[in-house]
Design a binder for this molecule. Structure first.
Ligand code: FNR
Length: 188
């Protein structure tokens, strides 16, 4: 596939819907893009004392995975009207060193989901803000939020075309950002 995407799940639990959404995107993409699903279980809490030339292995691996990807999908649950601590922590690692972070200039897509009816839209807003602070190129529209996710994703696939096409339109917006960045680099 032409585009190499990284899909970071904001949930650490094995049966996570946030992770399941990424698996469903991976299945739906076919050969449009390659998606590697990344779980944050081995990433320690950000500690500036440990953010040296040799950061903890879990943090270094996350940074390398972000750096190597053409674009990153942040698939997040909503915890208490915000993103999960694990996801915010990943952005903090990805944002540093200041002005040289792996997320700087990186095309990203925010996807939120919830078994509830609001689809994690408040986590969506918070993630956009933090990713913007990190200097990422956030795909602006659509806001990909999946409510009632327990019924929308099953056995590694989307259960209906409406949800699938909506989420894929977000991936399309991410690919547009990737092409734009490639275009800028060519002109430089
Ligand atoms: C939740 N949940 C939740 N859902 C929601 O729509 N808005 C919210 O603010 C919250 N808050 C919240 C806080 C905490 C600490 C937990 C554990 C859960 C429910 C949440 O959407 C549900 O547990 C999802 O299944 C979590 O995502 P994963 O683990 O399936 O990816």
């Amino acid at each position: 596939a032409r585009f190499k995407l990284l899909g970071i799940s904001g949930s650490l639990r094995a049966a996570s819907f946030s992770t399941a959404v990424l698996e469903a995107i991976k299945a739906a993409l076919a050969d449009k893009a390659e998606l590697t699903v990344y779980r944050l279980n081995d990433v320690p809490l950000y500690n500036q004392d440990e953010d040296t030339a040799t950061p903890p292995a879990g943090a270094a691996a996350l940074r390398a995975a972000i750096a190597e990807a053409d674009g990153v999908i942040f698939s997040s649950p909503e915890y208490n009207f915000g993103t999960s601590g694990a996801m915010k922590n990943a952005i903090d690692w990805g944002s540093r060193p200041y002005a040289k972070g792996a997320l700087l200039g990186k095309p990203v897509l925010v996807v939120t989901s919830s078994p509830g009816s609001t689809g994690g839209i408040r986590a969506q807003a918070q993630l956009r803000e933090s990713l913007t602070a990190a200097g990422a190129r956030v795909a602006v529209v659509p806001h990909v939020a999946v409510p009632a996710v327990a019924e929308k994703v099953k056995d590694g696939a989307f259960t209906d075309d409406k949800t699938k096409n909506f989420v894929l339109s977000g991936v399309e917006a991410l690919i547009t950002e990737i092409r734009f960045v490639e275009h800028l680099k060519k002109g430089a």
